[in-house]
Design a protein around this ligand. Structure first.
Ligand code: PLP
Length: 394
């Protein structure tokens, strides 16, 4: 029997494969320290959980408008004004089942077969597959560590062809933690306006940004770039709400309408209880967001310091999100305990099997010379996990 050619070629998420192997080892009683997780290790704040419980007790949990409840859209519009200085109307907002679902809707809504979407390497694992699912072509831009893994705004334009539909801008970034500056954003906006290209601005890690860095949404620069930008955001990372599945987009009305129509047939509305919880997350007390950020910051500094003390490993201080890209160039080609490390997958498997530490191989993000470590785990785990890594490559 022949199934969908397009979808049969979609690769499973490599990050999920490592998580599954880790889970299996843990079930077998092995004490694995996981640096592979892509979600906060905190509970969803109590005020948010309580708001959901209240709605469940009331019992009135029906369908909502497919693109999201007006009260939640209002809370999102208020947030976009307050945090990002961008004014949107309710019909420009589409709430979905997580930012991943928002991104799926986006590429389905904007792409025709053969359209090109520009993205930076290392990239978040799902971008290339989401693009391919929309019959479009990912155009990879190699971004170097000494350039903070960001687009070089002086050469970005050379990747544009008459097929280019959009540029993905993920700031702060998963997996690199890099953050674009105002100057860089201005230059990217100029290019997008000149060539009439959409910017898909994935800002899901907006709340997790450290030191003096400031998150700037490219849509806030001027009306022209606002019209070309689809802002993607959600509650998963900043509010520790990964399982609730609430993400959203802010875009011009035309794109919002297409995405809303797609969603109305694919999933109807996002979960109603989670939408009520989303209103509380955005309108309620923000103290827990600040607390989690401070905790992540402490771990970030401890992890980076220790990694750079380990012979053969190095990393830069990430500016946002909760990941560190560790350069393993000096490890590749070496042999440990008679096991040859040819690339990041070999090293990730070696660390899992021999040190009982789970990491994500850089190949999952398009660069085999790195592994990604998540610091969404306790300080004790960070210290012990890195001790095990150091010992295993001694
Ligand atoms: C860069 C980036 N965008 C989007 C998402 C999707 O988040 P969610 O679907 O949980 O809202 C993730 C999750 O890992 C991510 O890292």
């Amino acid at each position: 029997m022949k199934f969908s050619k397009k979808h049969s070629n979609i690769s499973p998420s490599l990050t999920l494969a490592i998580s599954a192997k880790t889970k299996k080892m843990k079930e077998e009683g092995i004490n694995v320290i996981s640096f592979s997780v892509g979600e906060p290790d905190f509970s969803t704040p109590e005020n948010i959980r309580n708001s959901a419980t209240k709605i469940i007790q009331k019992g009135n949990i029906g369908y909502t408008v497919a693109s999201g409840m007006p009260e939640l859209k209002k809370a999102i519009c208020n947030k976009l004004i307050k945090d990002n200085n961008i004014a949107y109307t309710l019909d420009e907002i589409v709430v979905s089942n997580g930012a991943k679902h928002s991104l799926y809707n986006i590429f389905q809504a904007i792409c025709n077969p053969g359209d090109e979407i520009i993205l930076s390497v290392p990239y978040w694992v799902s971008y290339p597959e989401l693009i391919k699912m929309a019959d479009a072509i990912p155009v990879f831009v190699d971004c170097k560590e000494d350039h903070d893994f960001k687009y070089d705004v002086n050469t970005l334009e050379t990747y544009i062809t008459d097929k280019t539909k959009a540029i993905i801008l993920n700031s702060p970034s998963n997996p690199t933690g890099s953050v674009y500056t105002l100057e860089e954003l201005k230059k990217i906006a100029e290019i997008a306006i000149k060539h009439e290209i959409i910017i898909v601005a994935d800002e899901i890690y907006e709340k997790l940004i450290y030191d003096e860095e400031k998150h700037i949404s490219i849509a806030s620069l001027n009306e022209k770039i606002k019209d070309l930008t689809i802002v993607v955001n959600g509650l998963s990372k900043g509010y520790a709400m990964t399982g609730w599945r609430i993400g959203y987009t802010a875009s011009n009305k035309e794109i919002a309408k297409i995405m809303s129509n797609i969603q109305s047939h694919a999933t109807s509305n996002p979960n109603t209880i989670a939408q009520y919880a989303g209103i509380e997350a955005l309108n309620g007390d923000q103290a827990s967001v600040e607390y989690m950020k401070e905790e992540f910051d402490r771990r970030r500094k401890a992890m980076v310091k220790k990694i750079n003390e380990i012979q053969g490993l190095s990393c830069k201080m990430p500016k946002g999100a909760f990941y560190v890209m560790v350069n393993i160039s000096q490890i590749i080609g070496k042999e440990f305990k008679k096991i040859k490390i040819e690339g990041s997958m070999d090293f990730a498997n070696y660390l899992l099997d021999r040190a009982h530490v789970a990491v994500i191989p850089g190949i999952a993000f398009g660069n085999d010379h790195y592994i990604r470590l998540s610091y969404a785990t306790s300080l004790e785990n960070i210290i012990e996990g890195l001790r095990r890594i150091e010992k295993s490559i001694d």
